[in-house]
Ligand binder design. Sequence first.
Ligand code: MG
Length: 383
Amino acid sequence: MGQNHNNNRRDFLKKAGFIAGSAFLSTGTKGCAKTNNRRGSSVGKTMNLKFTPYELQLKHAFTLASGSRTTTPVMLTEIEYDGVIGYGEASMPPYLGESHETVRKFLTKVELNRFKDPFLTEDILDYINTIAPGNFAAKASVDIALYDLLGKLMEQPWYRIWGFNPDDTPDTSFTIGIDKPDVVKEKTREASPYNILKVKMGRDNDREMINSVRSVTDKPLCVDVNQGWKDRSEALEMIHWLKEKGIVFVEQPMPKTMVEDIAWLTQNSPLPIIADEALQTVDDIRNVFGVYSGVNIKLMKCGGMRAARQMALAAKGLGMKVMFGCMTETSCAVTAAAQLSPMADWADLDGNLLITNDVFDGLKIVEGRIVLPDRPGIGVLEK
Ligand code: MG
């Protein structure tokens, strides 16, 4: 009788179109509702990870003290589950120590088939973290692909799942590298679509850099010193001068090891002081609290979207400023970071604009501001 009753009721529900999601109604027919619920079941399904090395071509040579390069190696990842594909990416600028080889080695050890349910994100990403220390870009490539997959399974973009207002996305800054005045002026003119520029400093021509940019535009500027200043009194003097020139904040003014000096500088500075090289992941927030006014969070530094969100929440909870940055990356990783950008004070998400061979469509920059795609997951499409 019970069995019959249940079958009748299930038939009715099926006709009425209510069968999906009715697990709680189907007592006595364990598992039936689950298998009827498209994508509600994990029975017999596995997550499959694929990865492909790729070389990004840079529009302009990237120059550091150690030399110049025109490419950045990346690893493009995919997690397939139930016919749905999530996309991810690792970007490996050489100075951070990861490479095609190290990422390949890491990803080869990843066994996603030990998890039957992709929604066990915390378990899965905790497991990824235990495979090996470091390898943050490799970890980010799995994290991003998993988040993209989950968003697609839920049929919602992450900014909606997290409850962020897409109208709250910030402008992205555009970076002006250290160069001769004429080149700097030209680059500043080319940056006319952007509302805020990031000027690299920390060599012997800081004032010249700012004066060159200022001769072309009166837009807000931020500066990134990349640990270039060594004397805190001189640094403070420079920051007062920068404030007069309309600079909004100063990123990593002194070497990350000069903790006492930076804390003093932050205390006395009329501008916010942002940590970049000084922090990597969520464990570092406690180290930079009280030393800097804010943090520059990058998916490739911290291991992906989960860690980036944790860091942003921790920093905001401590009253610190939050900025999201990136490496040279395709629109995949940049758009993943952009999903979090409504919670940021500033964004420096221009990595996809610096390459000529992007393989994804994702975020758009409209009148200088980040516009998130209205698509599920991280919202990217393969070109
Ligand atoms: Mg920086």
